[in-house]
Design a protein around this ligand. Structure first.
Ligand SMILES: C[S@@+](CC[C@H](N)C(=O)[O-])C[C@H]1O[C@@H](n2cnc3c(N)ncnc32)[C@H](O)[C@@H]1O
Length: 265
C-alpha cells in the first residue's frame, strides 16, 4: 500500500516537456505515461471482460446501466454518440440498444487490441451496423467540432495523461445541448467501508489478476491509478474549467464510483 499521493489532475502539462505525472504510484515523465498505460491494456485485452465481472462482482454492469440511463438516446430521432476509451464496447452496446436503429455510436480507444475484442462482440450481438470503431487518442479526437449529441467515458479518463486536454476535446466535439458523462472510480466515504475496500483492492484484485490472467502487475496499476484520481469535487471543477455547465456528480455504491455530468450549453 502506498503513502499519500497527489492526485493526477492532468494539469502537469503546464510545466512543459519535462513535466512528470503518475503511473499508478510511480512518478513518470508525462510523455511516458501513455505507453505504460497501453502496455497494461495490451496485456489484459483478451481477459478484460471476465476480469471486470470478477473484480466488481458484476457491479460494473449496473454502474454502466445507470450511466446509459443518463445518456437517454432518442428512440425516434437520429442520435450521434461518442464513447471514448470505449475498450471492448460495454457502454457503446448499451447506448446502441437503448436508442435503436437511428442511434449511431462511435467507440474510440487508443488500444487496437481492446477495439478488436469490441468489434467481435458487436458482431456477435448483432449491433455492428450501429457501431464504428476508431483507434485514436482522447486528447486529440479525429472529428470536426460539434458532431455528437452525447459523449461518455467509462473507467477511461484516469488513464489519460492530460485529462484537461481530453475534457477540452470532449467539449469541442459535442453539439450545443450535448451531454458529457463520465463514470469513474471515486472516494469511498464511510471509514468502515473504505477500510474493507482498501484491503480488497490491494490484496485481492492483483491476486485475482494473477490467478485468472497470469499477471498481477496490470491490476496493481489499476488499483493504484484509482487512488490517484482527483476527488469528485475537484474533478467537477475540471469539467467546469473545460467549459461545461450544470456540472454535477452522483456517487454510487458508497462512493466506489461516481458519474459526472456536464452540458455544453
Ligand atoms: C479500464 S478500460 C475501460 C473500457 C470501457 N470503457 C469499460 O468501461 O469497460 C480503459 C480504456 O482506456 C483506454 N485508454 C487509455 N488511454 C487512452 C487515451 N489516451 N485515449 C483513448 N483511450 C485510452 C484503454 O486503452 C482502455 O481500453
Amino acid at each position: 500500500m502506498g503513502e499519500a499521493q497527489t492526485p493526477n489532475t492532468g494539469r502537469e502539462q503546464d510545466q512543459g516537456d519535462e513535466a512528470r505525472t503518475h503511473f499508478g504510484y510511480s512518478d513518470v515523465p508525462l510523455g511516458e505515461k501513455q505507453r505504460l498505460v497501453d502496455d497494461v491494456f495490451h496485456k489484459v485485452a483478451q481477459r478484460y471482460d471476465v476480469m471486470n465481472d470478477v473484480m466488481s462482482g458484476g457491479l460494473h454492469r449496473i454502474w454502466k446501466d445507470i450511466l446509459v440511463g443518463k445518456v437517454h438516446p432518442s428512440t425516434r430521432a437520429p442520435f450521434n454518440h461518442l464513447d471514448v476509451a470505449g475498450g471492448t464496447g460495454d457502454v457503446a452496446f448499451r447506448v446502441a440498444k437503448a436508442g435503436g436503429a437511428q442511434t449511431k455510436v462511435t467507440v474510440l480507444d487508443i488500444n487496437g487490441d481492446m477495439l478488436d475484442v469490441g468489434r467481435d462482440r458487436a458482431v456477435k450481438k448483432g449491433l455492428a451496423s450501429q457501431l464504428s470503431f476508431v483507434e485514436a487518442n482522447a486528447e486529440e479526437l479525429p472529428f470536426p467540432d460539434a458532431q455528437f449529441d452525447a459523449y461518455t467515458i467509462a473507467f477511461g479518463i484516469r488513464n489519460v495523461p492530460r485529462i484537461d486536454k481530453a475534457l477540452q476535446e470532449a467539449y469541442r466535439v459535442l453539439k450545443r445541448g450535448g451531454h458529457f458523462l463520465c463514470l469513474e472510480f471515486s472516494q469511498v466515504e464511510a471509514p468502515a467501508l473504505a477500510k474493507i475496500y482498501e484491503s480488497y483492492s490491494f490484496s485481492m484484485i492483483p491476486l485475482m489478476g494473477r490467478l485468472i490472467t497470469g499477471e498481477a502487475e496490470p491490476y496493481r496499476y489499476l488499483v493504484e491509478s484509482i487512488r490517484q484520481f482527483p476527488p469528485a469535487e475537484e474533478f467537477r471543477a475540471m469539467i467546469e474549467q473545460a467549459g461545461f455547465q450544470r456540472a454535477s456528480f452522483t456517487r454510487l455504491t458508497g462512493g466506489v464510483v461516481a458519474i459526472h455530468s456536464g452540458w455544453k450549453l
